[in-house]
Design a protein around this ligand. Structure first.
Ligand code: PSU
Ligand code: MN
Length: 307
């Protein structure tokens, strides 16, 4: 596939894509707006290292001075993680970011688009955006959902955060024809906790089984994503009572402050991190590492199918 001219792709990623070697895309809103400093940058570096150690090329995606880039350098990652004036760039923001020379962290929607344009088919993140609580009135649904409906990639995520309306998000994923797979589970994960209280029908046990589903999707010419829902390890999940308490606080705080639009998710995450005294942050980091590792394993299986 020719690489889109508007997208800068690192030599390492480009060569790996052409040779069908395993590559995993990583987002950067998690660095710029999801995790506090300095853990944001260490998490980003750890994710890259974990992939490299597994023989997988990391493709961290972001916007640098107006240039959408797949395969950021370590220096660019550090700069995004430290900058104060950095944007949260969703798909609809990309044209403005390019025209006006922004630097920014790309959300799941923008990352999935850019990764796909660069020929990268596997993407690991922490949690996907989804339908917010009260969306029946606010209409607040993440553009991540629309992106997944129209991009034939595989996304690994620990479900969606309990700050969202999980049931409504699952309904939207069904409407949007996104294939949802539970990794060794039939309960949809709730990000900080293993079980969101909602079931999923389709379960897979191994990275090879995931790769087989992706291949079948491609054989059909279906243009929607496969979402691989990977629950946080039982040893790492957030205590149930703490989870419920901090969640209620976060939602009430956002409501009281009238937080709207793209600020909502970062605001809620930040509140949770502080209210749980860093516990939710540790959970977030643990599940992120696990998702990156699983993405790497699936990318290796997909790559092996080309040999
Ligand atoms: N999950 C995390 N941390 C994050 C996000 C998700 O663990 O920072 C980010 C992702 O980049 C996701 C975005 O795409 O939040 C969703 O934002 P919104 O709800 O505004 O679409
Ligand atoms: Mn929103």
């Amino acid at each position: 596939m020719p690489i889109t001219p508007g997208v800068a792709v690192s030599d390492e990623v480009r060569e790996a894509v052409v040779a069908h070697r395993p590559v995993v895309a990583l987002e950067t809103t998690i660095i710029t707006h999801g995790l506090p400093r300095p853990r944001n940058v260490t998490a980003a570096r750890d994710a890259e290292e974990l992939l490299r150690d597994a023989g997988v090329v990391p493709a961290t995606v972001g916007v640098i001075e107006g240039r959408p880039t797949v395969g950021l350098s370590t220096d660019e990652i550090d700069r995004l993680g430290a900058a104060d004036d950095v944007h949260k760039v969703g798909t609809r923001d990309l044209p403005v970011a390019m025209a006006q020379g922004w630097s920014g962290g790309t959300t799941v929607s923008a990352t999935a688009l850019l990764a796909h344009r660069a020929g990268v088919g596997v993407f690991a993140t922490g949690g996907l955006g989804g339908v917010h609580r009260g969306a029946a009135e606010t209409f607040d649904e993440s553009a991540d959902l629309v992106a997944l409906a129209g991009l034939p990639i595989l996304v690994v995520s620990a479900g969606v955060k309990s700050i969202l309306d999980v049931g409504a998000t699952l309904e939207r994923l069904e409407t949007l024809q996104v294939t949802v797979l539970g990794y060794r589970t039939t309960t949809f994960p709730g990000f900080y906790v293993r079980d969101s209280g909602f079931g999923i029908a389709d379960r897979v046990e191994t990275p090879a089984e995931v790769a087989a589903v992706v291949r079948a999707r491609d054989a059909l010419g279906l243009h929607s994503a496969v979402l691989l829902a990977n629950p946080v390890d039982g040893a790492d999940e957030l205590d149930d009572a703490l989870h419920r308490a901090v969640l209620e606080g976060a939602l009430a705080d956002a409501e009281a402050q009238g937080v709207r639009g793209k600020d909502t998710t970062p605001h809620l995450l930040d509140h949770l991190h502080r209210a749980s005294e860093g516990r939710s942050l540790e959970v977030n980091l643990a599940l992120y590492r696990a998702n990156v590792a699983l993405g790497g394993a699936v990318a290796r299986e997909l790559s092996a199918l080309h040999d």
